[in-house]
Design a protein around this ligand. Structure first.
Ligand code: MN
Length: 325
């Protein structure tokens, strides 16, 4: 399929390259490092070779979310966003940008989101899960009350918000102790991010701000497969109100969420997601440079779905959501 749009695709700057160093064996680190720094060369060749017209770029992870000092986080976000805006300006026909945001300080995050959307022409924001705030061990999830003004601004700016994974802190992830193979994309990213998304859904946030659009990668981080169980636990027990939202969790998932295929190139999983959230809410993505664009495209271009759905998932949904037309 030609004309595809992909949107969980990362780059790094010198200040954040170290954040990705742990995610590749030493032998392939030079390759990953060069992929992260490149924007205008190999990245465009990969897009050309695989029918990708537009890539929405975002900073690597956890980066800004792992800088506990709000001023340091804000300076880093602004630097990365300015750099990204320069790079997008070189090829506005092929690239767009997601804002990195200093969620350590909601007022700074609001100001930076506004700057990125209004002055830099970005199409939304990508945030790497919880933020460490003040010190390394203190974390803030985005359902916390201090973030409600931020969400109001995201809704007012019509800014889609990509909730991207990060690992839990070692002290908080005891189930993973002694099992480093489970960290990162294998399992911990998905579990951490799925729970974070459920926290948002169960917080009443989407009753207050029904216009918010949240994007999850990796085929929805397992949520489509488990959504029925979340809403139907212990079905015979009446009057079991167990979260703060006014509606069922799946109502928020279906109305306020989009998912992408990043790093999860599996037809069985895609079909399940299509049956839960519909092909109107799924967008093709790769997760470059951690996954290969050719692996993603070869799977997606040939997978057994209707051509109408392929067009929506591969291009049309993103064109509409990000107003790329
Ligand atoms: Mn990613």
């Amino acid at each position: 399929m030609q004309g595809k749009v992909i949107l969980e695709e990362h780059f790094a700057i010198q200040d954040t390259i170290g954040d990705s160093a742990g995610f590749a064996p030493d032998a392939v680190w030079p390759e990953l490092e060069s992929r992260l720094f490149d924007i205008q060369d190999r990245r465009l060749r990969e897009m050309d070779a695989n029918g990708v017209e537009i890539m929405i770029l975002s900073l690597n992870a956890p980066a800004v979310q792992a800088r506990p000092d709000p001023k340091v986080a804000n300076d880093l976000a602004r630097k990365a966003n300015d750099y990204l805006a320069e790079q997008v300006a070189k090829r506005p026909d092929r690239f767009r940008g997601f804002a990195a945001l200093p969620m350590q300080d909601p007022d700074m995050a609001i100001a930076e989101l506004r700057r990125c959307m209004k002055d830099l022409g970005f199409v939304g924001a990508l945030v790497n899960g919880f933020s460490q705030v003040g010190d390394e061990a203190t974390v803030a999830y985005l359902d916390a009350p201090q973030y409600r003004p931020f969400w109001a601004e995201a809704e007012a700016l019509d800014a889609p918000f990509y909730l991207h994974p990060r690992n839990p802190l070692m002290g908080d992830g005891k189930v993973y102790q002694g099992q480093p193979w489970l960290m990162g994309p294998t399992w911990a990213f998905g579990q951490e991010t799925a729970v974070h998304a459920l926290r948002l859904m169960g917080s009443g946030l989407f009753d207050e701000h029904p216009g918010l659009r949240i994007i999850l990668g990796h085929m929805g981080e397992g949520l489509p497969y488990n959504m029925w169980r979340v809403d139907h636990r212990n079905g015979w027990m009446e009057g079991h109100k167990y979260h703060k939202g006014k509606r069922d969790i799946s109502d928020y998932f279906n109305e306020n969420f989009y998912i992408t295929t990043s790093g999860n190139f599996r037809t069985q999983s895609l079909v399940d997601a299509m049956m839960e959230i519909s092909s109107d809410k799924i967008m093709f993505s790769a997760d470059w440079p951690f996954e290969n664009i050719d692996h993603a495209a070869r799977w997606f271009d040939a997978c057994s779905i209707a051509e109408n759905d392929r067009q929506k998932i591969g291009r049309l949904n993103a064109m509409k959501l990000f107003k790329l037309g």
